[in-house]
Design a protein around this ligand. Structure first.
Ligand SMILES: [Zn+2]
Length: 145
């Protein structure tokens, strides 16, 4: 092929991840976000934190693989994003099946989404740096009920 290294082929573009520690993992065919669970009060959260936002515990916080899907609580389409963030894009709140509410990008247009619909975790490019580097992060996409 005669393509330059900056061709549109995402397989050849430089990639970085946000956040860099990639708090997601594949398990039994589904992608899951990895957050935390407080052993003192049982609260789960994403992203993982240094302390429990409910009881304030700083010890006994363990890694927790979260539910792979949830319902779309609410969302909004952004038409004036920061530099390097191709717009429009959709951002919203998802209530995972295990009760954790996550803020994330959603794939597709706002017109293709509706409140309370099922969505599942996936990954995708959220930002393209001026040097062509694609920044990949967790996202949600529509899922069958
Ligand atoms: Zn707690």
């Amino acid at each position: 092929m005669q393509d330059s290294p900056r061709s549109a082929d995402p397989g050849s573009a430089p990639v970085e991840y946000f956040p860099p520690d990639r708090p997601w993992e594949e398990h039994e065919g589904h992608l899951h976000l990895v957050g935390m669970r407080c052993s003192a009060c049982g609260t789960c959260a994403f992203p993982a934190r240094e302390l429990c936002s409910l009881c304030g515990a700083t010890e006994g916080l363990t890694r927790q693989r979260l539910a792979p899907r949830g319902r779309l609580y609410t969302f909004s389409e952004v038409h004036a994003g920061p530099k390097e963030f191709p717009s429009p894009y959709v951002i919203g709140f998802v209530d995972l099946e295990d009760g954790v509410r996550v803020v994330a990008r959603l794939q597709g247009s706002a017109a293709s989404l509706s409140p309370d619909q099922w969505v599942e975790v996936t990954t995708g490019t959220v930002r393209v740096r001026v040097n062509g580097t694609q920044v990949v992060s967790y996202q949600f996409r529509g899922a069958l009920a």
